[in-house]
Design a protein around this ligand. Structure first.
Ligand code: SIN
Ligand code: MN
Length: 256
């Protein structure tokens, strides 16, 4: 999939792009069908919500599940990332975030590059997230919130929050968020299952809890430019990958 010059320009200016319904209902069904079994497994790749058995995030399914192995090589995800980063890309991180009905907890305000810099020694912010909604995302079930254009200000100071949720994260303080929101506002991509979004690794984002009866499962590929590979191997391999070989795409119908 090739982005138009206007889309590339919008990505660089706003820090994100959104493609409602990019994947068909059949393609989304193939991916969704795997989630209950993946989440049911007792393995370190499943991080559960604090005080609950609901899965908050599943890591690295592309290394042990065939449907996700194919998604990780999908040209609708990989080609636009390559085009924007101007380089071959590899998968730094692969997550299926549950945000389960009633149990899905918050993700505090943060930049992904804050964590990748502090924990993994990723040299530059030449990385992004490409995400696919596996269920409809609406204003109620914990949609992602972006502060448009916040990526242009570079990496913000962050503190290591190891207590708010079950997953440690480098988070940004309220004063900084207040200032950034006063300038950029907040937007929230919402749409049907199969929608795709791409966002810069310095775009400041968060999501609220999910008090609805609707799951909000989203799969994220964190793609890094191959030359920008991480230098520190402190976190487990299933959280911060060490295979820096360029992704080879499959055919566009690889999920069918
Ligand atoms: C993230 O920021 O990495 C995940 C946020 C979410 O899935 O709501
Ligand atoms: Mn994030």
């Amino acid at each position: 999939m090739k982005l138009t010059p206007a889309q590339v320009e919008a990505y660089h200016r706003e820090g994100y792009l959104f493609f409602p319904g990019l994947f068909s209902a059949d393609e989304t069904r193939v991916l969704n069908a795997e989630v209950p079994n993946l989440y049911a497994e007792e393995r370190p790749e499943n991080v559960r919500e604090k005080g609950s058995t609901a899965v908050r995030t599943n890591f690295a399914a592309h290394t042990y599940n065939d449907a996700y192995r194919r998604l990780a090589r999908h040209p609708r995800l990989i080609e636009p990332a390559r085009q924007i980063l101007g380089d071959d890309v590899y998968i730094h991180q692969f997550k299926i975030n549950g945000k389960a009905a009633f149990d899905g907890d918050v993700w505090q305000w943060h930049q992904d590059y804050g964590t990748w810099f502090n924990d993994d020694d990723m040299p530059d912010a030449r990385a992004m997230n490409v995400a696919v909604f596996l269920e409809d995302v609406n204003e109620f079930n914990g949609p992602l919130m972006f502060i448009p254009r916040s990526h242009q200000k570079g990496r913000q100071e962050a503190g290591h929050d190891v207590s708010t949720t079950s997953y440690p994260l480098w988070t940004i303080d309220n004063a900084t968020i207040t200032r950034l929101v006063a300038e950029g506002g907040i937007i929230s991509p919402k749409g049907p299952a199969g929608s795709m979004m791409m966002f810069h690794c310095n775009l400041v984002h968060a999501s609220g809890s999910n008090l609805t009866p609707w799951n909000r499962t989203i799969v994220y590929l964190s793609l890094n430019s191959c030359v920008n590979h991480i230098r520190r191997f402190k976190r487990p391999e299933y959280i911060a990958h060490r295979d820096f070989a360029p992704i080879q795409c499959l055919a566009d119908d690889c999920l069918n």
